[in-house]
Ligand binder design. Structure first.
Ligand code: NCD
Length: 325
């Protein structure tokens, strides 16, 4: 059973969720506790609750996504919101409309929450400055993917009770991974020790300034960690050739059955998806008894329900304050 944080007195104030870097441990714990309270809704025969009834959520996705987009849509549906899907291919953005024009037009249609994924880092923050609706970041460039970070710590907390003192390895293409960054903020704020593991060519610039340990050898860390998060090689973002061959990468950094024999028996194996089976992780490990990869997907819906609920609640409070003054 996950340890609930002491957040009863706390009042959530943010109408946007842009990143985990700016959140306190208390705020993160509050979202996780809220998510824990929402879990039961997904087990009902009628998987719906009314808190966002009459609210309009727009999924504004400028980058491909299956898991995250559907997860947000499902989360919004479970809270009875209406959802409009707006992807780059079928929008006027492909005709050259700017991000802000698109958003303003959507806002003129009366939206309450924008869930945005964009290949430019900072796009959700920019948007939040120009529109009244709540903004939730669903992944911006290499910067942040806050709901993925939240669902990852939620999944770990469910299994291990707490993140305090846990040793966590995040392995692979760190430099292009917004997941690694959001995970790092959430995990370290909740008291875990994070090690980034990968070849030097896949480490981000100024990595030594981040609150993590660094290792260039998976074999050096595999025996010590309680949690291992395997990242996808983001081929679509790679400019040059960061390693000599895919085979060599798998040999040194792949999570194989052989390597798992040296891991702690209760290690948790995670992956944000989509998986390159046989590259960063062998199928037997991805589908094995230590894997929580599918639980991550389930928990993603719950954590996104909590996120949509809380930003909407904060927006309503802001409204109340303005009316009073
Ligand atoms: C991640 C992303 O888009 O950053 N995936 C996801 O949200 N499901 C990681 C990835 O694409 O490898």
């Amino acid at each position: 059973m996950a340890e609930k944080g002491k957040t009863r007195e706390f009042k959530w104030q943010r109408k946007h969720l842009l990143g985990l870097r700016e959140l306190t441990a208390q705020e993160i714990t509050y979202i996780l506790d809220t998510a824990q309270g929402f879990e039961e809704i997904s087990t009902r025969a009628v998987k719906k609750a009314p808190p966002l009834r009459g609210k309009l959520v727009v999924n504004l996705f400028f980058e491909d996504s299956t898991r995250t987009r559907n997860s947000f849509a499902l989360a919004a549906n479970r809270l009875s919101a209406d959802v409009v899907e707006f992807t780059k291919k079928d929008s006027s953005v492909s005709k050259g409309e700017t991000l802000l024009d698109t958003a303003r037009n959507l806002e003129a249609m009366g939206i309450d929450i924008v869930v945005i994924r964009h290949n430019a880092g900072g796009a959700p923050t920019l948007l939040s400055k120009y529109i009244n609706a709540c903004v939730v970041n669903a992944g911006d460039g290499f910067c942040e993917h806050p709901t993925q970070g939240l669902l990852d710590v939620f999944t770990i907390r469910k299994r291990k009770g707490s993140l305090k003192g846990l040793k966590i390895a995040i392995v692979g293409d760190i430099s292009h991974s917004r997941v690694a960054r959001s995970d790092m903020w959430a995990m370290t704020k909740l008291g875990a020790e994070v090690t980034f593991v990968g070849p030097p060519t896949l480490m981000p610039p100024k990595v030594e300034q981040l609150p993590v340990k660094i290792s260039y050898s998976l074999d050096d860390v595999i025996e010590k960690v309680d949690v291992i998060n395997m990242l996808r090689i983001q081929f679509e973002r790679l400019g040059g050739n960061p390693f000599p061959s895919v085979r060599e990468y798998s040999h040194y950094f792949g999570l194989t059955v052989e390597r798992m024999k040296r891991a702690k028996p209760d290690i948790i194996v995670m992956h944000p998806g989509p998986i390159n089976r046989g590259l960063e992780i062998e199928s037997e490990v991805a589908d094995g008894k230590n894997s929580v990869i599918l639980q991550q997907v389930t928990n993603g819906v719950t954590v996104r329900m909590a996120t949509l609920f809380l930003v909407n609640q904060a927006a309503a409070q802001h409204g109340e304050v303005i009316e009073e003054t």
